[in-house]
Design a protein around this ligand. Structure first.
Ligand SMILES: C[S@@+](CC[C@H](N)C(=O)[O-])C[C@H]1O[C@@H](n2cnc3c(N)ncnc32)[C@H](O)[C@@H]1O
Ligand code: SF4
Length: 453
């Protein structure tokens, strides 16, 4: 990265959302009712395709960098109880959904660590899902794997269930970096987990890495990136560590003086990118690198790449139904989120109520801005006027947006072409361009988001 571009990124760096949705979750309203959710579910057309997300909010050990909705437990009873609640939630949804004969296109187990589930509980969830939904032969079934929790028995259950993609939480391979964030995991553990994926028929293996962790240097991240390549993943996600100790108290355990500066973060990202791109991985979105043959690359080239709460995806189903505490569903033009904390989630489902807490009904403005923001996050360029026309809103007034992108244009972070297309000229400037479209950001700024780099 040349020094002028770097200076510009440093100049404009500010706290902006990661835009896995628009409006972003902090802007959802409390007070979603069961009737409201049932009405939204009723609107799903019969025999259509749907995507499912199952949240498992448990881990064996807490990584101090963790920004996910999870908790540590060493008592399996807590996980088994949670599995019962998931079943009850599904039972509450079944009367509305089962008669619709919906086909699952994608199913994703996320967390937390879904590898916390014993094979018997994983099988229980799968068999109940199969009673409510149809699974096509093409169904993409994916799971987030904590490599330390991988076992032959679990993988045998994943194989039987038809799991065909796994994302491994690798983060880094440097001992000092991992020790500083309370994650005891080494290369051999990851290698063993990846071997299990392949032995049990999971050909699509993703690796999650992070940059911006304590003690990372260009030399350590280069070594980590090279070791990651030796594992031959299909996709690599290189997430920028979002340090939000005001939201996640355990992040205070991280030594702030050991965290890289914004400038160092740019160097870390660039060093790892060079390693991946050097051997032919294709950059996708703001933080992914994929093999040429990966479905995200195809989606990118065919203009079908999407972004949802789980990140980049080739899934463009308009209906994503999330089960479990904190799960966020997108049902057409509405979002709905379950209670984040376990006690209210549990109390609702055991008393026969859907555990919905927050919701958002997208306005016409939201819909067009959501489309523009998603496109920018996926392809790093967007023509808002063309997107508005595609949505049947050709008169949409974006004058203010073009004006607020101008400072980025002046500093070489963005370009506007003659037809009105806005380009982000660095992966780090895409979120800054998106922020120009975000009508909620002035309020959101008070809640603080994470550095754009
Ligand atoms: C929901 S976690 C699940 C992975 C699994 N629990 C594990 O850690 O092995 C998905 C990924 O989010 C990333 N992540 C977690 N906390 C983060 C943070 N504060 N900032 C950026 N990425 C984060 C990590 O790379 C992690 O692998
Ligand atoms: S990063 Fe993964 S394993 Fe670590 S605490 Fe978060 S969810 Fe659990």
């Amino acid at each position: 990265m040349n020094s002028t571009l770097k200076e510009s990124i440093l100049k404009h760096d500010r706290m902006v959302p990661r835009y896995t949705s628009y409006p972003t979750a902090p802007h959802f309203k409390t007070g979603a009712t069961q009737d409201w959710l049932r009405a939204a579910l009723e609107r799903i057309p019969a025999r259509t395709q749907i995507s499912l997300y199952i949240h498992v909010p448990f881990c064996n050990q807490l990584c101090w960098f963790c920004g996910c909705h999870t908790r540590v437990t060493n008592r399996y009873g807590a996980v088994a109880d949670y599995t019962d609640w998931l079943m009850q939630e599904l039972d509450l949804l079944a009367p509305v959904l089962k008669p619709k004969n919906l086909e699952v296109r994608y199913l994703h187990f996320g967390g937390g660590s879904p590898t916390m589930l014993r094979p018997s509980d994983f099988r229980r969830i799968m068999s109940r899902l199969r009673k409510v939904f149809r699974f096509g032969v093409q169904a993409g079934i994916s799971i987030e794997i904590d490599p330390r929790a991988a076992s032959e028995e679990k993988f045998a259950a994943y194989e039987k269930a038809g799991v065909n993609r796994a994302s491994l939480g690798v983060q880094d391979f440097n001992q000092q970096v991992m020790d500083s964030v309370n994650r005891s995991q080494d290369y051999k553990t990851c290698e063993r987990a990846i071997k299990m994926c392949r032995d049990y028929g999971i050909k699509n293996v993703n690796i999650d890495l992070m940059y911006g962790l304590p003690y990372q240097t260009q030399s350590t991240i280069k070594e980590t990136a090279e070791k990651a390549l030796a594992l031959d993943p299909q996709r690599i996600a290189l997430f920028g560590y979002a340090h939000v100790p005001w939201l996640k108290k355990h992040m205070r355990l991280i030594q702030e003086e050991a965290l890289p500066s914004v400038e160092q973060r740019l160097d870390l990202f660039e060093t790892a990118s060079d390693v991946f791109e050097g051997v032919g991985y294709i950059p996708v979105g703001i933080d992914h690198f994929c093999k040429e043959t990966d479905s995200l690359v195809t989606a990118l080239r065919e203009n079908n790449l999407s972004r949802n709460f789980q990140g980049y995806t080739d899934d463009n189903c308009p209906y994503l139904l999330a089960l479990g505490a904190s799960g966020i569903s997108r049902l057409g033009d509405v979002y709905v989120q379950n209670f984040v904390h376990l006690p209210p989630y549990r109390d609702r489902v055991v008393s026969g109520q859907l555990p919905v807490d927050k919701f958002c009904e997208m306005t016409e403005q939201d819909k067009i801005r959501a489309r523009v923001i998603e496109k920018m996050m996926c392809t790093l360029s967007v023509n808002p006027l063309a997107e508005a026309a595609r949505l049947g809103m050709p008169d949409h007034d974006f004058a203010g947006v073009y004006e607020s992108v101008m400072p980025l244009v002046r500093d070489g972070l963005s370009r506007v072409s003659a037809d009105g297309t806005i380009h982000a000229l660095a992966r780090q400037s895409a979120r800054l361009v998106c922020a120009a479209f975000d009508q909620y950001l002035p309020v959101a700024a008070e809640q603080r988001h994470v550095s754009a780099s």
